[in-house]
Design a protein around this ligand. Structure first.
Ligand code: BGC
Length: 453
């Protein structure tokens, strides 16, 4: 046993992180265009104005994907590039860009997997209250319908949202991401409900205007890893994984609040006890819309926390990483077992075909004297994580795919260009692309369907 024969191997990116052309061809501003220009918000003041200039260089980038043997490419659409004011008039030049990209991918034998929303929210809608506005799910529905109408003839796989935990939790709770607000639970919980409504309405719109397409959803969450294979530790990790936290700023960073309603049709009970009082009036009747059939369930998983059973009220405790535990450049712990236990617990609970929609490593990559970029640490990271994921597949998880983050170095949000996650190095001064060693290594993994792991 190994990965299934039709396993979806590929790589991922997101619009604001690579496109650039922030003010070109009629694109409207997004909250990230605004936030990245606010003094002190982004490390070293970097902005996504130019990023990887993918908007102008996408043909070169698709050619590199082809050389790498990538057969599936996940990218996101910039909502304000398509609809500058968020609602209303369509920017045909924006439509043309994505249409050309999709054609180029298909001509190269690469399946496009389109994420509708990866955080670059239209600034015009932010001015109207964004996700707190009860109209906001309808705005997203109209945008989803447009994507389905214009691209659904060629795109067969859509993902509604990327990591709602982050754009709500970091954008409106902690204020570390755009638009940089620190709002109370009475706002962020309402927003979460509207995002879930928007997801449900978008699934319906996609199915209506792009009949036969497959639809998924890509939230995130640090996995929970049992300290041992003792059943008590496994149960402790499971319980911790699906717990909703009560920290007002950090409450959004959980799995079940965001995945139970769309997949199981109800909010988690323990979450409701904590947060139910902040939900908008009449939320119960929205659950039917939120709960739409999905074809696959994704998660972006980079690491996990170790948990063991404990004799306390919640029945578990976190086990701190030992001193010197390996970390990536962005300071995230390297915990390959996250890709065993995460998919296992998630599949057990949600029972949908499962895909890792992001996983990868930030490292301090440099161009060596020989002109190449050697990144053995990234290969080792991916090798270990993929072995754990393979074990999950062998243990019965219906693992349908793995999309590496990222195809190329890009704008790492509040960390600007200081973190490099790509398998293709980008020189931001010249826009030269240099393939890293991991590019060739991952090519062999994809070619051999992971048999060489
Ligand atoms: C996001 C990406 C981001 C990556 C690494 C995920 O949270 O979806 O946009 O670049 O992780 O931080």
């Amino acid at each position: 046993m190994s990965f299934r024969k039709d396993f979806i191997w590929g790589a991922a990116t997101a619009s604001y992180q690579i496109e650039g052309a922030a003010y070109e061809d009629g694109k409207g501003p997004s909250v990230w265009d605004r936030f990245s220009h606010e003094p002190g918000k982004i490390l070293e003041g970097h902005t996504g104005d130019v990023a990887c200039d993918h908007y102008h260089r996408f043909r070169e980038d698709v050619a590199l994907m082809k050389e790498m043997g990538v057969k599936n490419y996940r990218f996101s659409i910039s909502w304000p590039r398509l609809i500058p004011q968020g609602v209303g008039e369509v920017n045909e030049k924006g439509v043309q860009f994505y249409s050309d990209l999709i054609d180029e991918l298909i001509a190269a034998g690469i399946r496009p997997i389109v994420t509708l929303f990866h955080w670059d929210y239209p600034a015009a809608l932010q001015a109207r209250g964004a996700w707190e506005n009860p109209e906001s799910p309808k705005w997203f529905e109209a945008y989803a319908a447009l994507c389905a109408e214009r691209f659904g003839d060629r795109v067969k796989d859509f993902i509604t949202f990327n990591e709602p935990q982050c754009f709500i939790g970091l954008g409106y709770g902690k204020g570390e991401h755009a638009p940089g607000y620190r709002l109370p639970l009475s706002s962020t919980v309402v927003m979460s409900h509207h995002v879930l409504m928007a997801h449900g309405l978008a699934v319906k719109a996609l199915r209506k205007y792009a009949p036969g397409c497959r639809v998924g959803y890509a939230p995130c969450g640090d996995a929970r890893i049992p300290a041992s294979e003792d059943p008590a530790d496994i149960e402790a990790a499971r319980r911790a994984y699906f717990q909703v936290g009560d920290n007002p700023e950090g409450w959004a960073f959980n799995v079940s609040w965001w995945s139970d309603p769309p997949i199981l049709g109800s909010y988690p009970e323990q979450g409701l006890r904590l947060l139910g009082q902040y939900l908008p009036q009449g939320w119960e009747k929205d659950l039917e819309t939120i709960h739409q059939p999905l074809d696959f369930y994704c998660q972006n998983i980079y690491n996990g926390d170790v948990v063991r059973a404990a004799d306390n009220a919640q029945g578990y405790e976190m086990v701190p990483q030992p001193v010197g535990h390996p970390k990536t450049a962005i300071q995230w712990p390297i915990t390959p077992d996250a890709l065993y236990w995460g998919p296992k617990f998630l599949y057990e609970r949600y029972k949908l075909p499962f895909m890792i929609s992001e996983n990868g490593m930030s490292s301090h990559d440099v161009v060596s004297l020989d002109g190449k970029v050697h990144d053995p640490q990234r290969q080792d990271y991916m090798h270990r994580y993929l072995r754990a994921y393979k074990r999950a597949a062998e243990d019965g998880v219906d693992a349908i795919g793995y999309l590496a983050w990222s195809l190329m170095d890009n704008y790492e949000w509040a960390f600007g260009y200081t973190d490099r996650f790509g398998m293709i190095y980008v020189d931001y001064q010249t826009q030269e692309r240099i393939v890293k060693d991991s590019f060739y290594w991952y090519k062999t993994v994809m070619e051999q369907n992971g048999e060489n792991l």
